[in-house]
Design a protein around this ligand. Structure first.
Ligand code: DC
Length: 219
């Protein structure tokens, strides 16, 4: 079974997806982590994000090992190195949407995501899971929240992780990524017609997890 959770940055997808997976005994697949890992590799190897052929070759030369940690969070090993922490840096966040908008890169990553999802019952979060990666998913959710709330969440998350980023910087990043992710030509962020829409602006994580689980159990 596949449970697809899509939505913009800061809507609460990853926290909710991780908890729902844990609750159901499913694996949790954070597809954003894949694009983040590729961005890390491209920047490390000085492959320009404009060099599509070079990026495609890089994708083909990359080995991923994706699993869940004890607490359910994602562990991503890129070419033998655990990059789970490195992919969350501000630098990667700044560039990842540029890489993720490239059609050829997305095509290369489609098979990987489908392969992982086909190995076990999975909760998969991203931007195009219900629309492109798993259009036949048994359950689809689209999590959304007002812009200022999404910025506040990201800001608190980053500050809690020790970052000294300013609220203005977070605001600019979320706005920039919203814009690139939802206007790109290939697999843009949008709600699948059959996805359950949840506005999480005034909801706690527990309430959202509860709503998702109830929806799944009642269908
Ligand atoms: O969810 P996240 O912030 O880790 O995602 C990082 C970027 O990856 C996001 O800005 C858009 C891209 N992404 C995507 O294009 N498609 C997905 N299925 C998941 C993420």
């Amino acid at each position: 079974m596949i449970i697809a959770i899509d939505g913009p940055a800061g809507a609460g997808k990853s926290t909710v997806a991780c908890r729902v997976a844990k609750e159901l005994g499913f694996i949790y697949l954070d597809t954003g982590a894949i694009y983040r890992a590729l961005t890390l590799k491209a920047l490390d190897k000085n492959i320009s994000l404009k060099n599509t052929a070079g990026l495609v070759q890089m994708c083909r030369d990359t080995q991923f090992a994706i699993s869940n940690n004890q607490d359910g969070s994602i562990k991503i090993v890129l070419d033998g190195k655990d990059v789970s922490g490195d992919i969350r840096s501000g630098r990667i966040t700044q560039y990842v949407s540029e890489l993720a908008k490239i059609k050829e890169v997305r095509r290369e990553m489609l098979e990987l995501q489908r392969r992982i999802g086909s190995t076990a019952n999975s909760v998969v979060d991203g931007r195009d899971i219900g629309t492109v990666v798993f259009p036949e998913a048994e359950h689809k959710f689209y999590l959304d929240a007002e812009f200022s709330q999404r910025v506040t969440r990201r800001f608190k998350e980053l500050r809690a992780a020790g970052s000294r980023v300013s609220r203005q910087e977070v605001e600019a990043d979320v706005s920039n990524r919203d814009n690139i992710d939802s206007t790109r030509q290939t697999a843009p962020l949008r709600r699948a017609e059959d996805a359950v829409y949840i506005d999480t602006t005034n909801m706690t994580i527990e309430e959202v997890v509860d709503k998702v689980l109830k929806t799944i159990r009642n269908s």
